[in-house]
Design a protein around this ligand. Sequence first.
Ligand code: 3AM
Length: 198
Amino acid sequence: MRLFIGIGLSPECRRAIAGAVSPLRKKGVPVSWTPEDNLHMTLKFLGETPASRVNELAGLMAEAARGFLPFLLRVEDAGAFPTLRSPRVLWIGIREPLELVRKLHQNMENALSGAGFPRDERPFHPHVTVGRVRGRVAPGWGETFASAVSGVAFDTVFVASYRVYESRLSPLGAHYSVLREVPFGGEADRTEERGAEE
Ligand code: 3AM
């Protein structure tokens, strides 16, 4: 299964993000926009992983999140990778609590790498991908995107858990499903308690 670990956003926040980018969508630029239901924040892409490791993964994530309490996530500002001047991935940023999210990411990397899941080589930039540029955009369009979205107040999101997602790719796009919800400060969901590799 193709897996990744991420943080879900509330329906209100997803709606606010979709609303903010909707005027840009209508302009017909060659961008593949993330469907509202798919908006999330990725912490780690795992790629092809045997289904038998999902419970182990959730257990390691629970261990990594043991000292964490739920927090309010502030989603704000916009940017692009690699740069706004040559945008490929369009994103909305995380304003707060940046240090906490980084710490969670670091704990998770430590726990997972101990079990043989390779660490990310790229530096971690917490973000919500809202679109991917698929062709040429006019010079300055990246800045247009950022200024259209910057300053919009998206809802704060109450975050009490993080998730293992499965991503299924098809010609119609990616479909994400939540396989495990791992709460902060406690144990992983009941499925994990069985601990057995099925
Ligand atoms: O949250 P975003 O959209 O930035 O880009 C993919 C997406 O991240 C990323 O994993 C998330 C869920 O699909 N992703 C996909 N393939 C990847 C790869 N080979 C990857 N990240 C790193 N390496």
